[in-house]
Design a protein around this ligand. Structure first.
Ligand code: GAR
Length: 187
């Protein structure tokens, strides 16, 4: 099997990145993580790049034309899939056009519900019954692209934001790899 060269974008902890790295080390998993991009110099996730000797770059999103720099790196590493794993920066329409159908994101809610930030506090506020995560294609609308896969769990009375995050991320660690397998099974 020829693995697809994949770039993971992160901004923080990188636990989904760590999980994807671990899956990608399996010969039958369809992707290889060839590059990691962080918009945050202090992102803990960079440590996984170092630990597993995966090329990584820091992108200063305050600098002009920073996406052009990203394009160059994506070309250099022949990237055919981009995984947004806790990347907290909006991607431009130009970028999305260039990589249409090749950018996927993991979001901590059952989309189309609770797009955007602070998903858990908003769920609790409206006494939502179910939480979960969604892996979806990225298009021009925030958290609005076609769904690839969702996983849900019931919200219990004792659940607070912290617990919801833990439960959601536990599901994310299964959802992201499954979504990637699903994409390439259909190809
Ligand atoms: C993940 O839970 C992901 O769903 C969320 O950020 C977290 C990153 O955690 N993404 C978003 O909220 C995107 N809008 P990680 O850095 O430990 O993988």
């Amino acid at each position: 099997m020829v693995k697809k060269n994949t770039c993971v974008f992160i901004s923080g902890k990188g636990s989904n990145l760590k999980n994807l790295i671990s899956y990608s080390r399996d010969n039958v998993f369809p992707i290889r993580i060839s590059l990691i991009i962080s918009n945050n110099k202090k992102a803990y996730g960079i440590n996984y790049a170092k630990k597993f000797k995966i090329p990584y770059i820091f992108i200063n999103t305050k600098s002009k034309n920073y996406e052009n720099k990203i394009f160059l790196y994506l070309k250099k590493y022949k990237i055919s899939l981009i995984c947004l794993a806790g990347y907290m920066k909006i991607i431009s329409n130009k970028f999305i056009k260039e990589y249409r159908g090749k950018i996927i994101n993991i979001h901590p809610s059952l989309l189309p519900k609770f797009k955007g930030l602070n998903t858990f506090s908003r769920m609790l506020k409206v006494k939502e019954k179910k939480a979960g995560c969604t892996v979806h294609y990225v298009n021009e609308k925030l958290d609005g692209g076609n769904k690839i896969l969702q996983k849900a769990f019931p919200i219990e009375k004792k659940d607070n934001e912290k617990i919801l995050k833990i439960k959601t991320q536990r599901l994310e660690y299964r959802a992201f790899p499954e979504a990637i397998i699903k994409i390439f099974r259909n190809n």
